[in-house]
Design a protein around this ligand. Sequence first.
Ligand SMILES: NC(=O)c1ccc[n+]([C@@H]2O[C@H](COP(=O)([O-])OP(=O)(O)OC[C@H]3O[C@@H](n4cnc5c(N)ncnc54)[C@H](O)[C@@H]3O)[C@@H](O)[C@H]2O)c1
Ligand SMILES: [Zn+2]
Length: 281
Amino acid sequence: METLSEIYNFAFEFGLERNSLIIALGGGIVGDITGLAAATWLRGIEYIQIPTTLLSMVDSSVGGKTAVNHPKGKNLIGAFHQPKAVFIDPETLQTLPKREFNAGMAEVIKYGVIKDKELFEFLENENNKNKLINLDNECLIKIINSSIKTKSHIVSKDEQEHGIRAILNYGHSFGHVIENLCGYGEFLHGEAISIGMKIAGEIALEKGLWSNEELIRQDNLLKSYSLPNKIPKINKKEIITILMGDKKVRDGKMRFVLPKGIGEVDIYDDIVDSLFLKYFS
Ligand SMILES: NC(=O)c1ccc[n+]([C@@H]2O[C@H](COP(=O)([O-])OP(=O)(O)OC[C@H]3O[C@@H](n4cnc5c(N)ncnc54)[C@H](O)[C@@H]3O)[C@@H](O)[C@H]2O)c1
Ligand SMILES: [Zn+2]
């Protein structure tokens, strides 16, 4: 909120008008806060996203969700505000720390599981894995393109998340629990999502939605980008509090995105607490 307030001060100082435009150059945090500043300054001015992390290229720069955190929860203060344009140059990834790159891969793998079997298989291929780890431009463009295609396709059908857009939250309910309760900073967003996908995958296996082999394929892919899958110890009462405070609750019911196979997910509101609490022992 303090940084947002500083942006408003600059906006005032520089005399930004209704037809002015703000450029968000940076990662997802810069994109989210700039988008919110643009959404609210003078009741909304235009902005452009120039994402410089893998996560912001494949996810946060596209779709128009803008937000800042509240001490009680992540992204509680925000608005839907579409950028005028998104410019992506994969060259910027050359300077991105490896850990940040891998965290972005968690979102790419997410697209594979929720909607894009072909992308998932592309990522499983050893040759492609090596190329991606070495930041091969052609491979990067391929996975960034596929990811954005899936995201923009889903968002264009349901911009304000009344239905299908929620599938983009695969791994995010438990991911947000982990980010919240382990303190922001312990896990990067993508790392928390990786553990969230692991938990969702386990629940799906137990419910007979997908096979053990599919769960192992997801595990292996996450592991090959050094993403964590070990579930941290967390107080169980706090887990429920965070889940109930999450934006994914509707009519008092928690809703979970679970995989039915590689490339297919669905939304379930019949998951009893005991089914997931046991993973947090
Ligand atoms: N709006 C959405 O739809 C949406 C979707 C997913 C995530 N998010 C949000 O995005 C945020 C995470 O974004 P992120 O992963 O980009 O993290 P980030 O913005 O914190 O950037 C990660 C780090 O990399 C540095 N950095 C950025 N670009 C660099 C480059 N090219 N070279 C070297 N260093 C560079 C940054 O200074 C920062 O230290 C989270 O707050 C998450 O909630 C939003
Ligand atoms: Zn995410």
